[in-house]
Design a protein around this ligand. Structure first.
Ligand code: MN
Length: 209
């Protein structure tokens, strides 16, 4: 999985915007360069800028990103910090969950775990798609490892499953900003295209640990 110590500032503030793992037009036409330009260049960057502003002068400045998230989870007085920190983590994880060479079949170890958890790959993909569709409003659809089983789960807004005792394997962003320029209201077309053409099964397999 993404190593917090390498992907994000190892020493706390200032947190950095990690580089995209591909060119901004590499996911075209499923996700256009225009969408990536706004999504990575504006949304993701703004979460980083906001977090750095919000933690200035607080006891959170020395913490890594993941520790900032842990320290602020469920704290109403720290909701702004939590939301920005979690969104930085989620977006870095999302970029790595996609690949210009994605889609197709998972590598063998992941494939076997998917088959023992869902029956077959198709059932896993269908559950991931239906979960992504059923998230009302902004949020995320995840493939996670829960004990020995792979499961699909969803979270709202900035929430992430790190805090729920499961290990994230991959994620699909279903905030409207992820697809609106390319698909307008057709979330289903975005989700299906991502699963068929971009999903990075190799990244998910690496995250099995
Ligand atoms: Mn997003």
């Amino acid at each position: 999985m993404i190593n917090d110590e390498t992907r994000n500032s190892p020493t706390g503030a200032p947190h950095i915007l990690p580089p995209l793992p591909y060119a901004d037009n590499a996911l075209d036409p499923v996700i256009s360069a225009r969408t990536l330009g706004f999504h990575y260049g504006k949304h993701h960057r703004t979460y980083v800028d906001n977090l750095n502003k919000l933690i200035t002068g607080t006891e959170l400045t020395d913490l890594t990103l993941q520790k900032v998230i842990s320290a602020t989870t469920g704290r109403v007085d720290k909701a702004g910090i939590y939301n920005n920190a979690a969104q930085i983590w989620n977006h870095t994880f999302y970029w790595n969950s996609l690949s210009p060479k994605g889609g197709g079949k998972p590598p063998i170890v992941l494939k076997q775990k998917i088959e023992s958890s869902f029956g077959d790959l198709d059932s896993c993909k269908k559950e991931l798609a239906s979960t992504a569709m059923s998230q009302f409003g902004s949020g995320w659809a995840w493939l996670v490892m829960n004990g020995d089983k792979i499961e699909v789960t969803k979270t709202a807004n900035a929430e992430l499953p790190l805090t729920k005792g499961v290990k994230p394997l991959l994620v699909i962003d279903v905030w409207e900003h992820a697809y609106y320029l390319d698909y307008q209201n057709r979330r289903v077309d975005y989700v299906n295209a991502v699963i068929e053409k971009l999903i990075n099964w190799g990244f998910a397999e690496n995250n099995l640990g």
